[in-house]
Write a protein that binds this ligand. Structure first.
Ligand code: SAM
Length: 204
């Protein structure tokens, strides 16, 4: 996966590549599709949700510029795979999922593999996580109509947020750096994510 999908597409951060070689992606997908776990695609994880394509996980993680001691907030735990990759690369990871069945499964999986620095919370992630704020990095792994204001408020000055932003069925991957209280945005690759559903996201 790393040699055939990530390096040829330009992922260069050695720490990201090492983390993605290490995290057992097959343990985060349902057993009936485990043989496809390392394929170049998103896969279903139940509840009409998906585990993102490996390349999308890699580029989003690379854009976060993690050095090792950051406090990271992820919105959209899903399978827990992205949280595991983040837990390899950062200090503490808080990950929010709105569907409790997925959150419970991800929580057990992350604990079983030994990611004690990954904390799963069931909530509407569009509101962020005031109790643990501010965050050095925020990653949204569901499609947002715009970056929710509470997440910008909960990002540290100089911090980075990465998110797919746009229409319900097609988005652009955005990286924003908070400077003097506002996000300075860069546009990266087109992408398609399941919707971010919540108070500051899509309705239902
Ligand atoms: N990062 C995940 C992984 O590694 O498997 C994949 C995320 S999946 C593409 C998007 C997830 O975002 C879904 O599990 C969905 O339920 C969740 N989601 C959507 N809206 C949300 C919200 N407001 N708060 C928290 N999670 C949300």
């Amino acid at each position: 996966m790393v040699d055939t999908q990530l390096i040829p597409r330009g992922i260069r951060d050695e720490r990201v590549l090492a983390a993605m070689r290490k995290v057992p992606r097959h343990l985060f997908v349902p057993e009936y599709i485990r043989h496809s776990a390392y394929d170049d695609m998103a896969l279903p994880i139940g509840e009409d949700q998906t585990i993102s394509q490996p390349y999308m996980v890699a580029i989003m993680t690379e854009l976060l510029e993690l050095k090792g001691d950051e406090k990271v907030l992820e919105i959209g735990t899903g399978s827990g795979y992205q949280a595991a990759v983040l837990a390899e690369l950062a200090g503490e990871v808080y990950t929010i999922e709105r569907i409790s069945e997925l959150a419970d499964r991800a929580k057990s999986k992350l604990a079983e593999i030994g990611y004690g620095n990954a904390h799963v919370i069931v909530s509407d992630g569009t509101k962020g996580l005031e109790d643990a704020a501010p965050f050095d990095r925020i990653i949204i792994t569901a499609a947002a109509p715009k970056i929710p204001d509470p997440l910008i408020d909960q990002l540290k000055e100089g911090g980075i947020i990465v998110a797919p932003v746009g229409e319900r069925f097609s988005q652009m991957l955005i990286k924003g750096r908070k400077e003097k209280g506002v996000l300075i945005e860069e546009y990266h690759t087109p992408c398609v994510f399941v919707p971010l559903v919540g108070e500051y996201g899509w309705r239902g």
